[in-house]
Design a protein around this ligand. Sequence first.
Ligand code: UD1
Ligand code: PEP
Length: 418
Amino acid sequence: MGMYVINGGHRLEGELKIEGSKNAVLPILAASIINGRESIIHNVPYLKDVNTLLGVLETIGCTCSFQGNTVIVNSRGDLDINIPDKPVREMRSSIILMGAMLARFKKINITFPGGCEIGLRPIDLHLSGLRRLGAKVVESHGYIQCECDKLYGNEIHLDYPSVGATENIMLAAISAEGVTTIQNAARESEIVDLQNFLNKMGAKITGGGSSTIRIEGVNQFHDVEHTVIPDRIVTGTYAVAAAITGGKVILRDIIHEHIKPIISKLEESGCEIYRYDKDISISCNKRPNAVDIIKTMPYPGFPTDMQAQMMALMCTAKGTSVFIENIFENRYKHAEELIKMGANIKIEGRAAIVKGVTKLTGAHVYSRDLRGGAALVLAGLAAEGTTIVDNVDVHIERGYENLDKKLNSLGADITKEK
Ligand SMILES: CC(=O)N[C@H]1[C@@H](OP(=O)(O)OP(=O)(O)OC[C@H]2O[C@@H](n3ccc(=O)[nH]c3=O)[C@H](O)[C@@H]2O)O[C@H](CO)[C@@H](O)[C@@H]1O
Ligand SMILES: C=C(OP(=O)(O)O)C(=O)O
């Protein structure tokens, strides 16, 4: 179990280029199955989740190479429709392989995905969407068998704008006969990136980024080359790192539109923000103010994936903040660990009440999920003394490329130990 040993109290200063988005690249890698040809994907972050998914693609018969931040996937020939269990249990987003395999082979056998650390995370919307396209889905003893002779376009109304369900349906529908519309679709920026990738491959999709996505089925796909969008959650995490240490950091190669809800809360807390073309500067030269209320919402609302990091910041703020976690029912595990560092947090169901304290103190804490782990690292940067964040390779490294090294390049003092 890897751990970060953080000597707190260093003000961060400098600049960083933001890596490609985990949540954009994972469905794009799954989608690279569909063309049966070559996909060249740039700006791929070097992450545990990316390696796990590339491992699955190789196991089922693709060839994949990772050079610098470019991945080349060759999906020519027959692929194995039986997806290995272990990686699917490790990484929830492997469920996106369903839509991709149905689009190309009309068949997939896969286990139920694991990773329930932030909530139950059912996949009923994925399965009902695929059924609406004509797939026969049999669920038995934790396994899913899904097949059809052909997929047919249909109208699909999602009860909730699920990101994964929207992606799975988009993937399956691109080769269906006729037109599919997804109503109440997720609007996240990663959906738009997937649409762009698929269209470059020959798909006919419009509406990504709005609540209605229209997919006209086609049956010819070609080679594709694409650059993944920057990670808006990683951007937000480094922005909070600047704020919590009273530092000044310039984040390069970002997309302003994608980080608006995060930046707006940082401005409310007193950070100074300057926007340049593709860069942003964040500085905070006084104790941050508490932000009244932070409610997580589907995009373009405040992202649940930034709730924990913002909570770390509010632990050190002047005043009281209230968080309402609307997306996942069990996403406050970091609170218990922050309390070990001296934070004052009370949880009432979906609400967390955070009274800012003047000082956090180093402690031995456990990363229980990806963003919660990142929040503990942020708290450790601001804390007096030494913080040990345990379990970093299980969680944090799923979604951050060299978090320790990148923070050290800005002046942090973090050592990774086994
Ligand atoms: C790899 C990836 O992109 N992960 C992101 C994706 O996860 P993911 O795609 O799993 O998130 P969803 O948008 O599907 O989930 C949102 C909510 O809908 C519920 N739900 C979802 C599907 C379903 O069939 N039934 C159902 O009830 C979930 O339990 C959850 O409460 O979006 C989340 C919400 O922005 C982010 O936190 C994750 O980082
Ligand atoms: C919850 C997250 O990811 P995943 O859906 O891959 O578990 C996340 O990125 O914060």
